[in-house]
Design a protein around this ligand. Structure first.
Ligand code: NI
Length: 267
């Protein structure tokens, strides 16, 4: 069975047919989805939290995306704490640094990421991390903040990894897990596939990041959790193992990372 470790199924792009999308995920063998709350404004986590309350196969995260960092105020901070106190809200995030789009100024991105790492440490929750930049700055600064605010006491996953092989291995040394999305399936992503091949299977997660980044064979369409299998099949080819093994191992890794309650017959 598969686990989509990062998707935005609570986003409004799924409002018209969410039940059908979830049913297709289940048919494809996706037993659990992590609905990432952030990325749709500071209030965006509300929909993810509500979906996780309603469905046994969904857990949520709550956080503030770097794009929205300059919108966070004290009311937003109080609301975030309230969401993170809920039992089916399993991580802080996604949060981090995005120096590619730069939708919020760097200073507020750094401040709001540091705050969320500190909050995760205080609440004993893992962190889903978004990092993107056109050079090394975003990655280097992310690691500096991580070390300053929580290294060793907080676990983090680098979601939708597209960075260098060197940084991925530095991140492993700092205890991060690494998650791959449909980007690793793109024809143009040979370098990223080499990064994925170089990482140990006990540190890898798979995700769709739906509705974004539909994998090869579905590109240009709205992505959905069922297609996490395409990401997993690519990792299977790279590591020379069967897709079932990638499913079992990435599901176990994600269940460990998000500390999900054990399930009967679970991977
Ligand atoms: Ni995302």
């Amino acid at each position: 069975m598969w686990l989509d470790s990062h998707c935005h199924v609570s986003a409004e792009g799924f409002d018209d047919d969410r039940d059908e999308v979830m049913a297709r995920a289940r048919e494809a063998g996706v037993e659990t989805m992590i609905a990432i709350g952030s990325g749709y404004g500071v209030e965006g986590s509300r929909a993810a939290v509500e979906l996780a309350r309603e469905r046994d196969d969904v857990f949520a995260t709550a956080g503030v995306h770097p794009h929205d960092a300059d919108q966070l105020d004290d009311a937003g901070r109080a609301q975030l704490r309230a969401w993170l106190a809920e039992p089916r809200v399993v991580a802080v995030g996604e949060c981090g640094l995005d120096y590619h789009y730069m939708n919020s100024p760097r200073d507020s991105q750094r401040q709001v990421f540091a705050e969320q790492v500190a909050l995760a440490r205080e609440l004993d929750l893992p962190v889903s991390i978004h990092v993107r930049g056109d050079g090394p700055e975003a990655y280097d600064e992310l690691l500096e903040i991580w070390i300053a605010e929580g290294a060793g006491e907080v676990s983090g996953v680098l979601h939708c990894y597209t960075g260098t092989r060197d940084f991925a291995h530095r991140a492993l040394d700092h205890g991060f897990d690494v998650s791959f999305s449909g980007i690793v399936t793109f024809k143009t992503a040979a370098d990223l596939r080499e990064v994925a091949r170089s990482l140990p299977l006990d540190r890898l997660l798979v995700e769709t990041d739906a509705p974004f980044l539909a994998p090869q064979g579905h590109r240009g369409r709205r992505n959905e959790p069922a297609w996490v299998t395409v990401v997993g099949e690519t990792l299977a080819t790279l590591h020379g193992v069967r897709a079932e093994e990638i499913a079992a191992r990435t599901t176990a890794n994600a269940r460990r990372f998000y500390r999900l309650p054990s399930v009967e017959g679970g991977a």
